[in-house]
Design a protein around this ligand. Structure first.
Ligand code: SF4
Length: 265
């Protein structure tokens, strides 16, 4: 298995799913038959999951059983220390419940999408930081006390207080599905320890920043336009604070979102 972008993506996709991570954890213990795996994780889409692991070069079929490849063994060994460490840090953390999903507001960057606010209970507090390796594109920000997760053009921010904000959501049903998925992934980590997934670099560009600026071209920031400000902000040649209109109440959500995006720069 090479280490090129295509291979990294295959591994990343294979390990992005909780069922496949569970299968890999089982294979670390010993080789497993199809029946043993089915008994542990269920038969739903099992062939697909096994195919994903084999395509990624993590596992292979041998003598009627599924075994880890050398690459799969090395991959799991490289992750072995972190789960134990993480589990220790999650000691005493209680499983999450979703207490609310609300405020389906139109999204600022795309009015056909929604901004959703949900709430997890109990709050995760400092344990949030330990959860960062669970997601391919995530970053824990000490400054805002939140775990920021990127999925496509969707941005999910889980705050240490338990609040969760999600942008670019298509429907209430999608918001519910995502929130439940997050809860399940985090609860699995609380009970079994964190299984890190391959990380992907998050790139924020100036157009994404521009989408959330007031777009009035008032020049208070000292720039010719909001577009120029966005370019200079991405280049770290100016600071968000210079756009003082963002402190107006009507831009409160924009400001929150921009602060989140800037964590990725
Ligand atoms: S101060 Fe803000 S709104 Fe005004 S031009 Fe600069 S970036 Fe745009």
């Amino acid at each position: 298995m090479g280490g090129g972008p295509a291979e990294v993506k295959l591994v990343s996709n294979a390990m992005a799913n909780a069922t496949r991570r569970k299968i890999m954890a089982m294979l670390v213990e010993k080789d497993r038959t199809h029946e043993e795996i089915e008994k542990a994780v269920g038969g739903s889409m099992l062939d697909y999951h096994l195919q994903m692991l084999q395509q990624a070069g993590l596992a292979e079929a041998k003598d009627g059983a599924l075994i880890l490849t050398e690459f799969g063994k090395n991959f799991m060994e490289s992750k072995a220390e972190k789960p134990a460490e993480a589990k220790k840090d999650l000691a005493g953390t209680k499983p999450l419940e979703i207490t609310e999903i609300k405020q389906l507001l139109p999204c600022i960057a795309d009015s056909s999408k929604f901004r959703v606010i949900a709430r997890f209970s109990p709050p995760l507090g400092g344990a949030l930081k330990v959860l960062e390796p669970l997601f391919p594109r995530a970053r824990y920000s000490e400054r805002i006390g939140a775990l920021i997760i990127q999925r496509g053009n969707m941005l999910i921010t889980i705050y240490s207080t338990g609040n969760v904000t999600m942008t670019m959501i298509g429907s209430e049903a999608e918001a519910k599905q995502i929130t439940e998925g997050l809860r399940n992934t985090i609860n699995e980590a609380i009970t079994k320890g964190v299984t890190p997934v391959p990380r992907e670099k998050v790139k924020v560009d100036h157009m994404e920043i521009y989408d959330y600026l007031p777009k009035t071209n008032c020049q208070v920031c000292g720039e010719q336009s909001c577009y120029t400000f966005a370019i200079r902000l991405v280049a770290s040649e100016t600071s968000l604070e210079k756009c003082t209109p963002l402190t107006e109440e009507k831009y409160a959500t924009n400001l929150e979102h921009l602060r989140t995006l800037l964590e990725y720069l």
